[in-house]
Design a protein around this ligand. Structure first.
Ligand code: ZN
Length: 266
């Protein structure tokens, strides 16, 4: 059943229990752990999960998300830092950048991170009709599928702007939940690396979803301190799917995309 965030009134997913996590015991940070060793809870039915901004869990796990890549200069540095920290993250990618930087998208997947759909061309969607929204989503699904062989199972709206109707419409038509965040360090305002790290570390808590951008130099500068500060609290970084106790996103059954919407874009 859904609960509602005390902070924002947005629905949050309840009962995303993650079994097997042992607080206080972490693998060495240098070793990137095989995904299969992450404790997995039983499948959460996707049905009913239209959107969320945080996950209710007592386990010391949270999700770090990076929007707007892949970026040829910065995303590799983010991946290096995540590997060094033994952290898994979720990259909400822009479809047309995935086509341009296919090797980077493949590297994201190869290193155990999740790819989410962040639209094909990053437009403001709130003023657009359902067909236009679905076309942006479908083109991005297809771009990711063509490049890495798997389709995302989650969506995040460009600029975070998406109406309740659009969330419900997307879920009804494509079974994609819209993933928001409950921690925003506002790196997009360039407040300085120190403040970004402070905001990320202060907001870190079990079930939190942290917003970041792997196209932002200040975020990159703040990332080592952010990762260390959060790990020092005994929290572990999971992909969104892992946080929800879902199977590996890349094992999910591909959505069947309607050809006409795609053909219209050719
Ligand atoms: Zn974005």
């Amino acid at each position: 059943m859904n609960h509602f965030s005390r902070k924002t009134g947005e629905p949050v997913l309840a009962s995303a229990t993650l079994r097997g996590t042992q607080p206080g015991r972490r693998a060495p940070l240098s070793a990137a752990r095989p995904y299969a060793r992450f404790p997995m809870a039983p499948l959460q039915p996707m049905k009913g999960l239209v959107s969320l901004i945080e996950v209710e869990t007592a386990q010391p796990v949270l999700a770090l998300t990076f929007d707007d890549g892949p970026d040829p200069e910065r995303t590799p540095r983010v991946l290096d830092m995540l590997a060094e920290a033994g952290a898994r993250a979720t990259f909400f990618v822009i479809g047309q950048k995935v086509l341009r930087h296919a090797d980077l998208a493949r590297r994201i997947v190869a290193e155990g991170h999740e790819i989410g759909n962040h639209s094909f061309s990053h437009p403001y969607l709130v003023t657009q009709g359902d067909d236009a929204v679905l076309r942006e989503v479908d083109l991005a699904q297809r771009a990711v599928f063509d490049v890495v062989g798997h389709q995302p199972v989650i969506f995040r709206a460009p600029h975070g702007r998406f109406t309740p109707h659009q969330k419900a419409m997307l879920h009804a038509n494509r079974a994609l939940p819209t993933i928001g965040w409950n921690v925003d360090p506002k790196d997009w305002r360039y407040p300085g690396e120190t403040l970004i790290a402070e905001r990320m570390i202060a907001g870190a808590a079990p079930g939190a979803i942290l917003l970041a951008h792997d196209v932002n130099d200040q975020m990159l500068g703040a990332l080592p301190e952010t990762l260390a500060g959060i790990l020092a609290q005994g929290l572990e970084f999971r992909t969104i799917s892992a946080l929800l106790g879902w199977p590996r996103w890349q094992d999910r059954q591909p959505l069947s995309l309607p050809e006409p919407a795609l053909a219209a874009s050719a």
